[in-house]
Design a binder for this molecule. Structure first.
Ligand code: F0G
Length: 456
């Protein structure tokens, strides 16, 4: 097989610091063994998140100089609005400072106390806004999504039977909308098939339930459809994306991922009445409907990024780089979530460290060990992130105990991926030496951000 390379060349570089083992040990202790608390300057390869960490292109940086910073009627806003209409196909757009700003407005406008919002697994902020407005989130993702070994190609799909059951149980009038994430972050970056989107939309229309996409990683989802679903291999990413959005009534978007920018987001819809109400709410929480918390230059960069992201070569390389890392791990027998998702490789910490109990925080311990070994920063997605049960006060014990290696877009080369793979392999060979943790400081909410640990 012929090898391929990055579809871009490097015009500016950001030198990285490489600490010694002893310096990393000091940094880790200062951070209470929590990778969220390590200073960026002490990190060599930062795989904490793919959010807001993309490298912008020369055209985006040039567009930044063209930002129109007018308080009202900015030219840059018109450009962004046009880009969203062109590429995603929605009629009305409300700009927000990032994804959760759009989630806030949507949830406030559509949800009433006692409502139910079904979704294909949850994302933390999305679910928090639904619950703050009085709705109960109901997970209707297929069972395969919860099984780290299932090779099902579309593990983000909605389980049609679960959806029907919910409608029968609570009644369609208690379901203001269904939230469909493309792709599903917490399931491992797993996609939704076009067939599933079409079917879900058809069912929801019959019941008068709207379908709102969480479009955060929609371009990655489009690539998986091109690769895996019959009839799409010769279609362009742009065409697939358009068809995907035709099976929705609107979306929330975190521009910090698939729009290739460091900040920004939007809410989009086709319903004029919803748009009119959203225009009123955006001024309370974000800013004027012509900037919504973004500077003119941010909107210019996002408009340009929206077009660059649908370049077939760009997205192919993006998905293949994540897979390049994941495949190396699979070849050496390291347990990861399969199939490899769109934005990250997830290590299965339970299988990696079978000698640790889940209460010893295996994923947290593995993330700390990886930083210590090679200066690679990852994120715990297991029992620490899952928090405590509000009623019993006990730890929630999620099935998946994972370490997320999230790949920023256009930032690292495959040589960086090799360094990460080598480090993980060397840890795997001495995995018995990795010990568990105890939590020495536990914040009451979203504890994973600020918790501190010490080795057992
Ligand atoms: N939806 C999904 C699927 C996300 O992954 C995120 C953010 C959001 C919504 C919220 O968007 O951050 O712009 O307000 N995910 C980041 C992550 C934080 O690291 O996975 P935001």
């Amino acid at each position: 097989k012929r090898r391929t390379a990055e579809p871009y060349r490097i015009k500016a570089v950001e030198p990285l610091t490489i600490l010694t083992y002893e310096e990393r040990m000091e940094a880790l202790k200062r951070a209470g063994y929590n990778t969220f608390l390590i200073d960026s300057e002490d990190v060599y390869i930062d795989l904490l998140t793919d959010s807001g960490t993309s490298a912008m292109s020369d055209k985006q940086w040039a567009a930044i100089m063209m930002g129109d910073e007018a308080y009202a009627g900015s030219r840059s806003w018109k450009r962004l609005e046009q880009a969203v209409r062109d590429v995603y196909g929605f009629r009305y757009i409300i700009p927000t400072h990032q994804g959760r700003g759009a989630e806030n407005i949507l949830s406030q406008l559509k949800i009433q106390d006692g409502d139910y919002v079904p979704g294909n697994m949850y994302f933390t902020t999305t679910r928090a806004h639904q619950e703050l407005n009085g709705a109960a989130f109901v997970d209707v993702i297929i069972d395969e999504a919860h099984d780290s070994c299932s090779e099902y190609p579309f593990k983000g799909n909605i389980d049609i039977l679960k959806l029907h059951n919910l409608i029968d149980e609570v009644g369609s009038e208690r379901i203001p909308y269904l939230c469909l994430a493309v792709t599903v972050n917490l399931a491992g970056g797993q996609p939704v098939s076009m067939e599933n989107m079409r079917e879900v939309y058809r069912i929801c229309r019959n019941y008068g339930i709207e379908v709102m996409f969480d479009a955060t990683r929609c371009v990655e989802n489009a690539y998986f459809i091109k690769e895996r679903e019959e009839g799409y291999s010769t279609k362009s990413i742009a065409a697939i994306l358009k068809e995907m959005f035709s099976y929705s009534d609107g979306c929330t978007m975190s521009g910090k991922k698939d729009c290739l920018v460091n900040i920004g987001g939007f809410l989009a819809m086709n319903d004029e009445e919803l748009y009119t109400r959203a225009r009123e709410l955006v001024v309370v929480y974000e800013g004027m409907p012509s900037y919504g918390g973004m500077a003119g230059r941010d909107m210019e960069a996002m408009a340009q990024g929206i077009y660059e992201a649908i370049d077939d070569h760009y997205i192919e390389h993006r998905i293949h780089q994540v897979r390049y890392l994941g495949d190396q791990l699979i070849e050496t027998g390291i347990p990861i979530v399969r199939p490899i998702g769109g934005h990250a490789v997830f290590l299965d910490a339970r299988a990696f460290l079978p000698h640790l109990k889940q209460e010893d925080f295996p994923a947290q311990a593995l993330a700390a060990a990886l930083y210590l070994d090679a200066g690679v920063r990852s994120m715990e997605r297991g029992i620490v992130s899952a928090g405590r049960n509000k009623v019993t006060g006990k730890h929630n014990q999620p099935k998946l105990e994972l370490v997320r290696l999230t790949i920023p877009r256009r930032v690292y080369t495959n040589n960086h991926m090799d360094v990460v793979a080598d480090s993980i392999l060397s840890l795997y060979q001495k995995k018995d030496q990795i010990c568990g943790f105890q939590m020495v400081y536990e914040p009451p909410t979203l504890r994973f951000f600020n918790a501190r640990f010490s080795p057992l």
